[in-house]
Ligand binder design. Structure first.
Ligand code: HEM
Length: 365
């Protein structure tokens, strides 16, 4: 492996506006809101516009490692510390799909009690990291994302069975194109998710964030053997519609787990672009370096009180962030308006007030 040369230093002009960015963002948010209204009418309950279905809500700790070298000892990770966290595990659609449909999984982590300048003046003391089990966002600019939106908007009208068939076709296409070393079209990449155990997955920010003096993509990967052993384990079809909730509940009833939180620093803005999240940052240019441990003890991850609190009151949002970890690139900028719209819609629909925790004691057991 080649040693990385020179970590790119963060500067405001690393970001470049995308043509018609505001209009494209407005279109994406408006389309999401329409889908959100349909789903709420179907369930008589407001859900998230993406990652609607939760499978477990975990409390634990983020333990920042001691002795990090200067390029990694940045922002939240500047000094060794332990922060309380809450993690919501989810699947990507903005509707409640059967867990037998293979779709991307989410790992949203809210770090509590952080201090420092904010990315936006929200008055909060939280740092959210929203991660998905795929390293890139196949539609990696707001222009391409607006096209993905059209694909997603057609999903509420497709049955679980139709989605399974589409997914199986996409996985065959993905395997054939990979073998032929041909580029994978974004639509195929999006639909080709495999239906594996959620706790064995590695989750990625897909897009870049500021990393103090530098720029990084972040990820969370299994650290303890018990979750490493679950990597690539297919979900048993016999477990039915709520298989992931069953798997997460059974696991944490008995055991705790640990994950590595890793930063991959940008060392080359051409080959590791900030504005196009569809490009995989090559590990041979810059490896994923462990900066903290995510510690999740045994617990009941889905009591009614906890599910209601996390699904209905909490909001995870990449812009709940320190200035030192400001989200970067056009897709990230579009999320600044998308998340509050979705959050406000479901809170209003359900007649509840959004809650941003200050203390871990506010998370119900
Ligand atoms: C970089 C790629 C992205 C990642 C890694 C990501 C990840 C996630 C995750 C993990 C959640 C679930 C949060 C929770 O558990 O509450 C979520 C929710 C959501 N995402 Fe994304 N997302 C990405 C891009 C986008 C984009 C581009 C948009 C729209 C422009 C979007 C819109 C939403 C919305 C509206 C929600 C629901 C928010 C709420 O109601 O609280 N996401 N996302």
């Amino acid at each position: 492996m080649t040693e990385p040369v020179g970590y790119v230093r963060y500067r405001d002009d690393l970001e470049q506006p995308f043509p018609d960015e505001e209009e494209l963002t407005r279109q994406v948010v408006a389309a999401m809101l329409e889908a959100n209204k349909q789903v709420a009418a179907k369930h008589r309950h407001g859900l998230r516009d993406a990652h609607a279905k939760s499978h477990g809500v975990l409390v634990g700790e983020l333990r920042v490692h001691a002795g990090l070298p200067p390029h990694l000892a940045q922002g939240l990770f500047e000094a060794p510390a332990t922060f309380p966290i809450v993690v919501r595990l989810s699947t990507a659609p903005g509707d409640l799909r059967s867990d037998q449909v293979p779709v991307q999984r989410g790992f949203a982590m809210k770090v509590l009690g952080v201090s420092g300048d904010r990315a936006v003046e929200d008055g909060f003391s939280t740092q959210d990291f929203l991660l998905v089990n795929h390293p890139t966002l196949p539609f990696g600019t707001i222009g391409e994302y607006a096209k993905l939106q059209n694909l997603l908007e057609s999903q509420p009208r497709q049955s679980d069975q139709q989605l399974k068939v589409l997914g199986a076709g996409a996985r065959v296409a993905d395997a054939v194109l990979t073998r032929l070393h041909r580029p994978i079209p974004p639509a195929v990449e999006t639909l080709a998710a495999r239906n594996n155990h959620i706790l064995g997955e590695t989750f990625h920010s897909m897009a870049a964030v500021r990393y103090g003096d530098h720029v990084a993509k972040l990820s969370v990967a299994p650290r303890s053997t018990n979750v490493k052993n679950l990597t690539g384990q297919p979900v048993d079809p016999k477990l039915g519609e709520s298989a992931l909730r069953e798997l997460v509940g059974d696991f944490f009833a008995e055991l705790g787990a640990e994950y590595d939180l890793r930063a991959q620093l940008c060392v080359d803005v051409e080959r590791m672009p900030i504005e196009d999240a569809s490009v995989l940052w090559p590990e041979e240019l810059s490896p994923h370096e462990v900066v903290a441990t995510v510690h999740l003890p045994a617990q009941d991850p889905y009591s009614d009180a906890r599910r209601r609190y996390a699904d209905d009151l909490l909001s995870f949002n990449p812009w709940h962030a320190l200035a030192a970890h400001r989200p970067l690139g056009s897709v990230m900028r579009s999320r600044r308006s998308a998340y509050p719209h979705s959050s406000t819609f479901r809170h209003d629909y359900n007649g509840v007030t959004e809650h941003e925790p200050v203390s871990i004691d506010e998370i119900p057991a």
